[in-house]
Design a protein around this ligand. Sequence first.
Ligand SMILES: [Zn+2]
Length: 403
Amino acid sequence: MSDWSKKKYMGAFVEKCSFLHTDSTCFCPAETSSEARKTQKGLLLSFPSSKQAQGLSQFQRFSLKLSRQAVAFIFFAFGNLADAMKLIYNSVFLDHNTGMHPENRKRLDAFGPLEETEVLDGTPWLNLVHTEKYIEHVRATCQAGADLDRDTVTSAGSFEAALRAVGATIMASETNDFALVRPPGHHAYPSHASGFCLFNNIAIASQKLANEGKRVFLFDFDGHLGDGTSHIFEESDQVFYCSIHQYPAFPGHGRANETGTGKGKGFTMNVPLPPNSGDDIFMDAVATCMQVMEQYNPDVVAVSAGFDAYQYDLLLELRVTENSFFKTGQMLRERSNRIFATLEGGYNVEALPACVRCFLAGINGQENPHPAKDTTSFRMEWESYELRINSTMANLKDWWKFK
Ligand SMILES: [Zn+2]
């Protein structure tokens, strides 16, 4: 075997991590470099070099090779586990007792037993987005178990659950994870509740990142417009708000011509989908959003992950399958390695866990755990969608290029 073919033979292994370098006959340049002993996590291992190993007995060399392979495997395996997006969950989210409301604890119960993570109290960050008066109003309303508005009900445990939902989303933003929380957040405004949402989890985490100097692309694929989030960042060029949602539907806007205001003009993108849109239209919308995300070149991608675009959701009329959530995860993964997400809607209790797991599998580069038959849209939906997406692109053409 020539030196070149030996290099090529080992290349696939060595390329993943210079530390994974177990064959003393390898000709890879990493063999003689100090880099060869660095792991993915920056740890330094003190194995003898190949030249030193030549002085060892056959048995010692065999043992050394086995040790190197064992340690390589452990670090590679744990390195990958550490990098995978995982769920951040705590049973405190079940204490937001909403009774028979569509946004109820069964949405999380449906996941079965989940590993619990101790989550932060989000209180220190609430005022990044919300007024003091509103925070106190939410606290008092929850204590009384009253309603914040016609849609947004509370119970004695709701305030603590909402604080922890903010905290879990902040944690997810630091570890690139998925905060499996309730109550959801993307309809909440600085000074009033809306659409089942108390505090705007994703907006608070994104504002915190923006204050740290990060450029954030906030991608909201919940089937509703995140009107609270859109309002909070409409004047910002540091947090780009991009939403795919059914229109018409609650909250009644999110049109193609809403592109932000002031300094934030051109940094809001709405892709309104006609009712009955299937996977084909949904994925075309995702691909169009990805074009802008690439040009915006964010430091962090924040995802409002709602799953009510699902074909059998109780609240909307879109016809998206698990496949689209999987592919959306894949498309994000291909474009960023700094992504976090928080749960928004998704009201088909039986389907929600599969939808979330498909999204996670896509993000984590795994196989689709729940492949479905793609749904296709009818001509009427396509004609309506094309008018809308053309309008979205026309409204943003001064800032972004579309293929
Ligand atoms: Zn929704």
